[in-house]
Design a protein. Structure first.
Length: 649
């Protein structure tokens, strides 16, 4: 039977000195999806790689006294090593310095130019080198880059432009007619309301102020800019414009691009427009996931809040790191990393639940039946409950993975682990073992536990591949009984196994001792980087639940928003609270423009005593989080369809 193709990609990463656990998140998520699809019988192409051109790379190479290619070669080798450590099963790794990619990009640029979609002009504006992006004056925040907060440079140069505006209406029509093209829905709404409907401007697609890039064949003073160079990797990796396009015909359009929310605009506006211009089908889905946050913010070496995935893997295990990323973060939303949560999650779920289930079952099989397992007496409601739960779990995991709800899928498997542990308590094998007359019943109980573990090992293999291998090795499971097809029916396998106890998969961790160890390592790393340890503002004195219950937090929708005259920090908001409207004055103007929050749902302290600010009476306060110096501020927004006026509890 011919396998159905499935094509999944991660962003190609810009080479930096070290990837952190936040970068790793995209690739681990994509790897879990790719592994599951292979388990389900798909012919999978999983692509990742590196985006290696640009002014920033050229400058860093010059500072180090090496060529740009020498500079990126060393870093890319480190990225590839990290993916090996994290057990990433990518089928292909593309580099934008690969000869075949360069040749294809040059053909793409020439094709778009010849058909009139690219034209020559001049660009003048504010340029952020780290982000490699031009901005208008109004897009800047306090005169700095709105994305990374760094200084921008005045730039003026001859450039080629892509007619992005030409595809605005066609793109909007495609999004509206194809629900699920952009997910989650909050990202789709953001792209439509904040970028497409206000009007798309033509896009600068070449540069002349540096030469580390792909030369434009017909005008060699220009190099192809990142938009065409980097984004095209998704089709050049499949052989686009080469002598052999079999892979392209087989796998394109992509089933899903997995990207971070910070680059979803490029993948849902620029990339589809380029594909339309090339007369190519659009990807079926672009999924923009959230960030893994540390200390309340995005990871950054300058902030000293970078978490090293290799360090975590060395102190715990690769699967413990993968598990935290896949289980702790609701896919699509931001997640929070703390070392304490990481250790506690590893102890509770992996050591106490999964590890304990495997260890106890193995121990009983060895103790009571010399390591041999076979079907025995299966007779009561506990057996049927475990069987039903296991078969239902298979269906639930499949449903969740089809909808890219990876954390829900992992949680489902762990619920089966919990159910199997409960089955041990219900059947009490140690009591059955006391009477020889119960031998067949004891066999039946241990058979059911072995079968449940086979289901668990198969289902968990896309998420924790090393753990699945260890379980399968200890139980001597054969490969042919570790497929999705083989776990449709519980109790369908006649085991002929001879089991030996193996190593403990997840030893319990001393939380306090390990936290001290990690804190010491982090302090040494910060010291080496010249970053001072950040002290947080002391937590206020404790309050009771009665104190907290006096605060009334409500979901409100921002209907109107404008700047308060002669007040740089203040915005005046009109919000909908159930059936009424209120006026709120909020000190967020340096971080949010009015158009950024109109139509958004935010959280209001609704029973705060009214106060006058600049002569305007404010009836409540919008919740916001900020750094100690207020250099970064973010308003929590409600992305799901929760009505205004709903209480936040």
């Amino acid at each position: 039977m011919t396998k159905k193709p499935f094509y999944i990609t991660t962003p190609i990463y810009y080479p930096s000195d070290k990837l952190h656990i936040g970068n790793t998140y995209s690739t681990v998520i994509a790897d879990a999806i790719a592994r599951y699809k292979r388990l389900a019988g798909y012919d999978v192409m999983f692509l990742t790689g590196t985006d290696e051109h640009g002014q920033k790379i050229q400058r860093k190479a010059e500072d180090k006294g090496v060529t740009p290619k020498e500079y990126v070669d060393e870093i890319v080798a480190g990225i590839q090593d990290l993916w090996k450590v994290m057990n990433i099963s990518n089928d292909k790794f593309i580099r934008t310095t690969d000869d075949y990619h360069i040749a294809a990009v040059q053909k793409i640029f020439k094709k778009l130019y010849d058909q009139g979609d690219i034209y020559k002009g001049h660009y003048e504006g504010k340029y952020c080198t780290p982000c490699e992006t031009f901005f208008t004056e109004t897009q800047l925040v306090d005169g700095k880059c709105p994305d990374c907060g760094r200084d921008v440079e005045e730039a003026k140069e001859e450039a080629y432009f892509f007619k992005l505006s030409k595809y605005q209406d066609r793109l909007l029509k495609h999004i509206e007619e194809n629900p699920g093209f952009i997910e989650p829905v909050s990202r789709q709404n953001e792209m439509i309301n904040n970028f497409i409907k206000p009007g798309l401007e033509d896009l600068c697609v070449s540069r002349t102020t540096f030469n580390w890039g792909i030369p434009v064949t017909f005008d060699t003073d220009h190099v192809v800019y990142v938009w065409i160079d980097a984004l095209s990797n998704y089709i050049t990796a499949l052989g686009y414009s080469s002598e052999n396009e079999e892979m392209l015909e087989k796998f394109w359009p992509a089933d899903v691009h997995i990207v971070g929310k910070d680059i979803i605009r490029f993948h849902t506006i620029i990339w589809p427009s380029l594909l339309m211009a090339l007369d190519m089908p659009l990807p079926k889905k672009v999924y923009g996931h959230g960030w893994l946050l540390v200390d309340g913010g995005k990871m950054s070496k300058s902030k000293g809040n970078v978490v090293d995935p290799i360090l975590l893997s060395e102190h715990f295990s690769v699967d413990a790191v993968r598990y935290y990323l896949l289980r702790e973060v609701s896919f699509g939303s931001d997640g929070q990393y703390t070392s304490e949560n990481f250790i506690k999650r590893t102890n509770s779920d992996l050591a106490n639940d999964l590890g304990n289930l495997v260890s106890r079952t193995l121990q009983m099989i060895v103790k009571y039946f010399d390591g041999n397992i076979s079907k025995g007496l299966i007779e009561d409601e506990f057996d049927e409950a475990l069987k039903s739960f296991a078969e239902e779990t298979v269906n639930n995991v499949d449903k969740f993975m089809d909808n890219l709800k990876v954390n829900d899928a992992v949680e489902s498997v762990m619920k089966l682990v919990a159910r199997a542990n409960k089955y041990i308590d219900e059947t009490a094998p140690w009591v059955l073992a006391k009477d020889e007359a119960n031998s067949e019943r004891l066999k039946g109980v241990l058979y059911n536990l072995t079968e449940a573990i086979r289901f668990i090992s198969t289902l968990i293999s896309p998420f924790l591949p090393d753990t699945a291998v260890k379980i399968n090795s200890q139980f001597k499971f054969e490969e042919n009984i570790l497929t999705l097809d083989s776990i449709k029916v519980f109790g369908d396998i006649d085991f002929n196994l001879s089991i030996e106890r193996g190593e403990v998969m997840f030893p319990r961790i001393d939380v306090e001792k390990k936290l001290e160890e990690l804190d010491k390592i982090r302090e040494e790393m910060l010291k080496a980087q010249g970053v001072e340890k950040r002290e947080i503002i002391p937590i206020k004195e404790e309050i009771t639940i009665d104190d907290f219950s006096k605060i009334d937090l409500r979901v409100v929708k921002v209907l109107e928003c404008e700047k308060v005259k002669k007040a740089d920090k203040l915005l005046k908001l009109t919000v909908e609270l159930g059936g009424e409207t209120r006026t709120i004055v909020s000190g967020i103007a340096k971080h949010y423009a009015p158009e950024d929050i109109i139509g958004k749902k935010v959280i209001l302290v609704a029973n705060l005593k009214p106060a006058k600010l600049r002569g305007i009476e404010s009836h409540g306060m919008i919740l916001a989080a900020s750094t100690d110096d207020d250099s970064i501020l973010e308003i929590p927004m409600i992305n799901k369809d929760i009505p205004s006026g709903s209480q936040v509890r």
